[in-house]
Design a protein around this ligand. Structure first.
Ligand code: HEC
Length: 291
């Protein structure tokens, strides 16, 4: 596996030599977009991509592109170094990082994952191809990736491949340190909930909340699932299971991706997520909800 990566690096280095005279940012309109860095709601810094160059060295990274199911090489900045530069080393003690994306996707990723694995912010393709991808997980939608796209060095780490695309947000325009409980209090199951429900909550956090909201909190890319009516109240159980397992068998051309095929004990995970959604029927805001 290591050799593969080095091979990729050599190819990437050759590409770099070949295009030495070209401006790295030549065809990328994301350069002037400003990225906002926040800590618990307060703005710490705003930077455009030219300013990133002063904080961390750009390089090439070859990954297995989970969205396209093939290899790709991107131009990237190392995430840990960049976050050290922007927030100081203390970001490493935060609980979660929330990514705000132009398309409404809003994943919350544990800081521990950034300490355990190597993440990078991609800002361009390695060659002259547009900074876009064909998202086979979302009905083959062509999506723009700028200004920033979070990728992981997944060629050396099989765990990362099993996780699918959930922690690979594109169109990142904001990066916020937070604690999950502070930012998403309305998502927690009842305190006396069963273990199955609690585990379902963790799976829901990982696989669903970046797109959907519960009680108005979460991502803005997909419908609310709990308020005023829970999906468990108006979708028959067998169809709810199918929405998660194979959404395009329910709605033609849907952009909802099926739950990652590679996750271990996938059937059980689906059952637990439904247990969580069912428990949330009893947890609804008294007043109308808002972001
Ligand atoms: C990448 C974004 C994304 C992710 C991740 C995602 N969904 Fe969806 N989901 C959507 C979109 C978009 C729709 C609307 C689809 C449509 O109408 O065709 C949808 C629709 C649904 C519906 C039908 C709602 C209704 O009232 O019609 C359910 C139920 C649902 N999702 C559950 C889930 C669950 C559970 C997860 C996690 C396992 C999940 N979704 C993950 C984007 C997403």
């Amino acid at each position: 596996m290591k050799n593969l990566w080095y091979g990729g690096f050599v190819i990437a280095a050759l590409c770099m030599l070949a295009s030495l005279t070209k401006l790295v940012f030549a065809q990328d309109s994301g350069v002037n977009t400003v990225i906002e860095f926040k800590n618990k709601g307060e703005i710490v810094q705003t930077l455009n991509l030219h300013e990133f160059d002063k904080l961390a060295p750009a390089s090439f990274l070859k990954i297995f592109e989970v969205h396209e199911k093939k290899m790709r090489i991107y131009q990237v900045y190392p995430a840990r170094l960049l976050l050290d530069q922007v927030f100081g080393k203390n970001w490493r003690r935060a609980e979660e990082i929330v990514f705000l994306c132009v398309d409404g996707y809003q994943p919350s990723i544990p800081v521990a994952k950034f300490l355990a694995y190597d993440a990078y912010f991609a800002f361009a393709s390695a060659d002259d191809t547009p900074f876009m991808l064909n998202n086979v997980l979302q009905n083959n939608e062509m999506v723009r990736l700028e200004p920033l796209y979070l990728v992981w060095d997944n060629l050396n780490t099989s765990e990362l491949l099993e996780e699918g695309a959930a922690d690979m947000p594109y169109q990142i325009k904001g990066i916020e340190l937070t604690s999950f409980a502070a930012r998403f209090p309305a998502l927690f199951p009842p305190v006396n909930a069963s273990q199955e429900v609690q585990q379902g909550f963790l799976h829901f956090r990982k696989h669903c909340i970046a797109c959907h909201t519960i009680n108005g909190q979460g991502g803005g890319k997909a419908p609310e699932l709990n308020y005023p009516l829970s999906v468990t109240e108006y979708i028959k159980p067998e169809y709810l299971k199918r929405w998660i397992d194979d959404p395009s068998s329910i709605r033609y051309n849907t952009t909802m991706p099926a739950l990652t095929a590679e996750i271990p004990a996938r059937e059980k995970v689906i059952e637990k997520i439904i247990a969580y959604l069912t428990a949330m029927k009893t947890v609804k805001p008294e007043q109308s909800v808002g972001p």
